[in-house]
Write a protein that binds this ligand. Structure first.
Ligand SMILES: [Zn+2]
Ligand SMILES: [Zn+2]
Length: 274
């Protein structure tokens, strides 16, 4: 199984065009792994993209992703949906006024959420432009790749965790709304958990403390993520959905990685081969 982190950022890209903080300024100078676009992942084996942040077109171009046969969106939030117009350059021929259906796969409740938040966006693309074909499901098998779409349903609503298997290899993609982490037997013995919203030290941009932030209960500490790792006997953790307001650079995370066992921090273009 080959996965690629298309974008490792969170709600706001790094550099945030309106920010002069040291992290954004450094990213402007160094570019490459110091930049982060919105959160998404690509399953190379089946050419499937998960999530469409608003900069997904730029992210695909940067990462050399030129074909998408399957598309999924994890949940309704803007940082995962507002680039869904990517289905137009993918599947709609403006000159011929004709669509070519891309398979859109998502949990039924997530499809309803996305449409409630985005003015019938998905149905517009399916029924008017005919550039997607929606399959509402919690399981799909494409070739050797099996995907369970698990609803990590919490007080924040419906959120899809993807359990992606290729014969005896297993990856979990749980990028957003991760806490509380609802128990599921499918998570046991995964090779990798790619997980969002993890704070390495509880300190945010400008030295502000996470414990004073409104989203303090939405983020895992490293200790909490290690508990999940041990409970489910997961071999490796990769942290993604790394927000600009966490105030850390690529180099900062490289130092953190040295202190932790089998935990790494994603960057745009990171390849995961299982
Ligand atoms: Zn900044
Ligand atoms: Zn998010």
């Amino acid at each position: 199984m080959r996965l690629k982190i298309v974008g490792s950022g969170g709600m706001f890209q790094i550099p945030n065009p309106f920010c002069k903080c040291p992290i954004c300024e450094e990213a402007r100078t160094k570019r490459g792994k110091y930049e982060r676009l919105g959160p998404s992942i690509y399953i190379e084996d089946i050419q499937m993209l998960i999530d469409t942040p608003e900069d997904i077109g730029v992210a695909c171009d940067r990462q050399g992703i030129s074909e998408i046969k399957y598309l999924s969106i994890s949940h309704k939030d803007p940082d995962h949906t507002r680039g869904m117009r990517i289905v137009e350059p993918l599947g709609y021929d403006c000159i011929a006024d004709r669509g070519t259906s891309i398979q859109f796969i998502a949990l039924p409740e997530v499809v309803d959420d996305i449409n409630a938040w985005n003015g019938d966006g998905l149905y517009y693309y399916q029924n008017i432009l005919h550039c997607i074909s929606i399959t509402k499901t919690d399981y799909i098998k494409i070739g050797n790749i099996e995907i369970h779409l698990v609803n990590n349903k919490t007080h924040r609503g419906n959120m899809t965790f993807y359990v992606i298997s290729d014969r005896n290899k297993k990856a979990i993609y749980a990028c957003c709304d991760v806490k509380p982490f609802v128990h599921n037997e499918l998570y046991f013995d995964a090779d990798v958990l790619i997980v969002g919203l993890v704070s390495d030290d509880g300190i945010l941009k400008g030295g502000n403390l996470l414990k004073n932030a409104p989203f303090k209960d939405d983020m895992f500490t490293v200790d909490e993520i290690m508990e999940i790792k041990h409970k489910y006997r997961i071999k490796q953790i990769i942290v993604t959905h790394i927000d600009e307001y966490w105030g850390k650079s690529y180099a900062d995370y490289q130092k953190v990685e040295e202190t932790l066992e089998n935990v790494s921090f994603a960057y745009d273009g990171m390849e995961i081969v299982l």
